[in-house]
Design a protein around this ligand. Sequence first.
Ligand SMILES: *Cc1c(COP(=O)(O)O)cnc(C)c1O
Ligand code: SF4
Length: 388
Amino acid sequence: MEQWQQMVRDSVHTVDELVGKFGIDRTVAESLNEFFQVRINPYYLSLIRQPGDPIWLQCVPDIRELNDFDADDDPLNEDAMSPVPNITHRYPDRALFLTTSQCGIYCRFCTRKRKVGDQDKISMKGLEAAFKYLEQHTEIRDVILSGGDPLMLTDVMLEKILKRLRTISHIEIIRLGTKMPCVLPQRITPKLVEMLKKYHPIYVNTHFNHPWEITPESTKACEMLANAGCPVGNQMVLMKGVNDDPMVVRDLMQKLLKIRVRPYYIYMADQTKGTHHFRTSIAKGLEIIEKLRGWTSGLAVPHFVIDAPGGGGKIPLIPNYILHYDEDKIILRNYENKVFAYENQPEHGPKNGKPVQLEKRTAKEKTRKTILSTRKIVLPELSEIEMM
Ligand SMILES: *Cc1c(COP(=O)(O)O)cnc(C)c1O
Ligand code: SF4
């Protein structure tokens, strides 16, 4: 058995451990464990600094989960978009391929609780039907291995899947959606990355939510993936008490870039059963993006999205930088709330039928012109901008 597999075995997972280690009342612990199974591996456990901290909140069950019973099991309507078991096909050219129900830890905020935990929640018997579906649907050029966590599969099993996918010529890229670099970085072994290299282009999307998750171990794991030629992206979930603070997020994004992970998405927390206590306002997410854009490297600024309830897919939310927009011009504010005008170009040529005379202007004159045109504008108050 490999070290990481032993660590999964050594996870906190029983009611007795919940009572003993975290002081949870026994009857509550029983209900919580039944609601959504507990798994906290020794590595992730070691990142907890004190009760209720951002690491604890993500993995230790909370009595508040039980107060959110009316919420949906499948808010993203994934099951309805599943043409065959193990496949979710929502977008035109890419599909999710669920390969296992197992994960390195069980996150209390997980959207896919209905699929995660018990071995039988995702059946391996469905694999053949999934491969057939991917073969028949030539429009699919991007397959995302997910679950559960595909890196819970052994190298041998994972390689079987990759090898089979690489026999399908229309599949251009393969992505691994895995939390392992963050929650069990020991899983990223030299043997694994050597194997992955054979099936390029392979992209990895991982899932860090807090700067404390960036450790020497997770740094090494992400660097190994990058050195093996896998671009690594990060998907963060916005959560109350974990990362609903622009300074924490900025720190996380900058630290991710240092370990060669590119921030990809920030998600509003999905409206899954048992996760209400994690949800923040949408304004908080927009505020976080405002405090990143312009203030730090563009590379550190991910897309902020809501995965639309009912299966609409990811929809981006952007702070409003447009103050006015018409045929002639657009009036914009920048990250510092300074206002600028940009002349619009008509879509179907000049309005009066004559070609537009391109003025030859020096850079200095241009600047003057921009400032002149912005001077006519009454600068809105920040609160007004937020209302627009
Ligand atoms: C997120 C997601 C994808 C991938 O979306 P990208 O925006 O391409 O990263 C594909 N299918 C489903 C069902 C998803 O939820
Ligand atoms: S690793 Fe992903 S799929 Fe597994 S419990 Fe966490 S959020 Fe859910």
